[in-house]
Design a protein around this ligand. Structure first.
Ligand code: ADP
Ligand code: MG
Length: 694
């Protein structure tokens, strides 16, 4: 059996189970073996029956002296009871509603029992324990027992069976080079797989976890480094810095740049000045003023008669950027274009609509200096004259090949500046975006009022609504964010207290009809058509709506200066950095703004977490807290940024992050295309694809 074989090749896995496994993203034998336990029950200490003295978790072994099943009269329940003896004494076990146990076990069998003990009357019982016949190598008892992430119809017990079968038959194909294994003192793959599922001891388990954590970080580092290498083989045009002209532009701005903005702009101008392609990530909280930094750079590029392309994730944001850039550059002889799925506009002294065909012709002939748009910009029909500079706002990665297409000369790529309001913790930035140079804008423009953040008790809901009404009277607007679209949306989520979580549709109806019949309320969510969403969003932007009820989908960076209140229902459902981003959608004017967090559950831990938001307005600090508390998968924008779902790697373990990076660096310097390591190369290619698809 090989890694790439379908799970169907494992005995006892038929069509039915294949389908269920798919829900856990398990399709191949390798997927199964990389479905790691998320915890272990420690039943490695097998005690004598007389050592079990009180309530607790134990594992023991003995002979079944008596086994019987009765049906209770009152509740019509099956009760299966066993008495187990060893040399030292006896203990009883009781199972509820599992009459089939009598078929699996017989009196006289020697078995392990593992689980919780509790008193029924004065007697101590194992209640619903795991059991299995005694063998030198038990699966469910008498050891560290793996517990897996489960799904309906796929239990940990079943997974243990299947994984064990697979482990017996698999021909493990190691893909890490031997020297990497040796240098880093790692377990070989075959042993690591055995130990992560069925560890002999805790130290062995640690070694196995270490191997898989290293493996992930190493693969990631290789991908990042090879991206960097392939970029280094390309060239960019060196764009001279027109210092005087830039200074006079900066002086003409209606505000003074912050120190951080000045530093960032200078850094970018220097990058543009080099032949080495710029690959810079500009991070700064919402409202920190990244756009003007990009505009300074684009202006400088236009002095060399090269074009700049500015890509935004949505049409609304593209329009917003177009307005802002046009305003900033209105005194210059520079042509600015907007190109989205539906718009084509030009700005030169004043705004005007223009036919698409004409727009594209002008673009191709280099008559448009700065073009702003959505993904449409990289559609096949769109041709540029010569792009020197690409700006990405809150975007996915942009491959080297995509970049090269925008340049006419062979082997040339445009400079690239990527901007994000997602605060990415340092360790993460190093690992996942290690191919990007990083500039951070920490300082906020002067005169911004602090947003007042408050954790609202259920009792204070009415007051909150009154507050919203008062603000509306002043002409101010409110966002209300709910975690779900409608009730019963997702079976998985119905578990737990999801039933109490506010839904967008219910909340909209309630606010519109009952609470605020006198105000104008709008709704947007992912199930609505894009056109409808944009229409509603635009109405809100123009001030035609007082309240907008939405899922978490409203865009980062959307600018509605009149919005002063952000209400988040079911706030504990969101990550801290996501909440921080919601908060960033208000406070964009001189008016005092507010963020009200309304948790649903009584979950104390969740509330504790929310307090961090009340206390801190530092996006980086909050992102670090998120990383610690919830892991990287829950960081906002993390997935969108092309980051993989890390299973094992702890990004907090700086030492290991460092080791993996060093090893990857050495290897790739020795063999840039990994041609001497075909297995590794294949593994990396697959991993890279997976990251891109996630
Ligand atoms: P973001 O970093 O979120 O993209 P923007 O670039 O949209 O932020 O800037 C937010 C607002 O702040 C814009 O209206 C912009 O004109 C304004 N702004 C930018 N820099 C400054 C500054 N140094 N002082 C005052 N206002 C500024
Ligand atoms: Mg922005």
């Amino acid at each position: 059996m090989r890694f790439s074989d379908s799970v169907r090749s494992i005995p006892h896995v038929g069509k039915k189970y294949q389908k269920k496994l798919k829900k856990l993203q398990i399709k191949t034998v390798k997927d199964l073996l990389y479905h790691f336990p998320h915890r272990y029950e420690d039943f490695s200490d097998v005690v004598k029956t007389n050592e079990i003295k009180g309530e607790g978790e134990f594992c023991t072994k003995g002979k079944i002296a008596k086994l019987s099943t009765i049906r209770t009269k009152k509740k019509k329940m099956y009760l299966t009871e066993a008495r187990i003896e060893d040399e030292e004494g006896e203990i009883r076990a009781i199972w509820f509603n599992q009459p089939y146990i009598e078929k699996n076990l017989d009196e006289g069998d020697h078995i392990f029992l593992a689980g919780k003990t509790s008193f029924r009357g004065r007697k101590l019982y194992f209640s619903n324990p795991s059991y299995e016949k005694v063998s030198p190598n038990p699966t469910h008892t008498g050891r560290l027992v793996p517990v897996y992430p489960e799904t309906e119809g796929i239990s940990s017990k079943w997974l243990r069976h299947i994984v064990q079968r697979a482990l017996q038959k698999i021909q493990v194909e190691e893909f890490l080079p031997q020297e990497i294994i040796d240098d880093n003192n790692l377990l070989p793959l075959s042993k690591a797989l055995n130990q992560i599922h069925f560890p002999d001891s805790k130290p062995e388990l640690n070694k196995a976890q270490e191997r898989f954590s290293f493996e992930e970080l190493f693969k990631l580092s290789l991908i990042v480094l090879s991206r960097k290498m392939s970029l280094l083989r390309k060239k960019s045009v060196s764009i001279p810095i027109k210092e005087e002209k830039i200074k006079s532009f900066v002086q003409s701005l209606p505000f003074e740049l912050t120190q951080d903005q000045k530093k960032a702009a200078w850094r970018v101008l220097k990058d543009l000045n080099s032949e080495r392609p710029m690959n810079r990530l500009l991070e700064g909280d919402v409202g920190s003023g990244k756009t003007v930094v990009a505009v300074i750079a684009a202006l400088n590029v236009s002095f060399s008669n090269l074009q700049s392309a500015f890509m935004a994730p949505t049409e609304i944001l593209a329009q917003q950027h177009f307005q802002e850039v046009s305003k900033l550059l209105k005194d210059y002889d520079i042509k600015i274009g907007l190109l989205t799925g539906k718009d084509e506009k030009l700005f030169h002294k004043k705004e005007k609509e223009i036919k698409r065909s004409k727009f594209l012709k002008k673009l191709k002939e280099g008559e448009i200096d700065i073009v702003i748009g959505t993904h449409t910009l990289i559609a096949d029909k769109v041709e540029f004259n010569e792009v020197g500079f690409v700006i990405l706002d809150e975007q996915h990665r942009f491959g080297v090949e995509q970049r090269a297409k925008l340049c006419k000369q062979e082997n040339y790529v445009p400079h690239l500046l990527s901007m994000t309001a997602t605060p990415i913790p340092r360790s993460l930035a190093l690992t996942i975006y290690g191919d990007l140079d990083l500039t951070i804008i920490k300082e906020m423009p002067k005169g911004r009022k602090k947003i007042i953040t408050k954790l609202v008790n259920p009792k204070e809901r009415k007051e909150t609504y009154n507050f919203i009404r008062n603000e509306a009277k002043k002409g101010h607007q409110t966002f209300v964010i709910c975690p779900r679209i409608e009730a019963g949306e997702d079976d998985e989520d119905k578990k737990g207290d999801w039933n109490n979580v506010k839904t967008v549709k219910e909340e909209y109806n309630k606010l519109d009809n009952e609470i605020f019949p006198d105000l104008k309320v709008g709704i947007i969510h992912g199930q609505r058509k894009t056109k409808k969403k944009e229409k509603t969003m635009n109405k809100f932007k123009k001030g035609d709506l007082d309240i907008l009820v939405s899922t978490s989908m409203i865009e980062v960076g959307i600018d509605v200066p009149n919005a002063t209140i952000m209400v988040v229902e079911g706030a504990e459902r969101f990550g801290l950095s996501q909440l921080h981003q919601f908060r960033g959608r208000v406070g964009r004017s001189e008016h005092q703004s507010y963020c009200f967090l309304l948790p649903t559950s009584k979950n104390v831990k969740g509330k504790e977490r929310l307090k961090a938001l009340v206390e801190s307005e530092d996006g980086f600090e909050l992102a670090e807290r998120d990383l610690e508390l919830r892991g990287p998968g829950d960081l906002t924008g993390f997935k969108q940024w092309g980051a993989p779902d890390l299973k094992m790697a702890s990004l907090k373990d700086q030492e290991q992050v460092q080791k993996a990076r060093e090893s990857a660096k050495e290897l790739i310097q020795k063999d840039p295309d990994l041609n001497s390591y075909p297995d590794l190369k294949e593994e990396i290619e697959k991993y890279d694809k997976k990251i891109h698809l996630e």
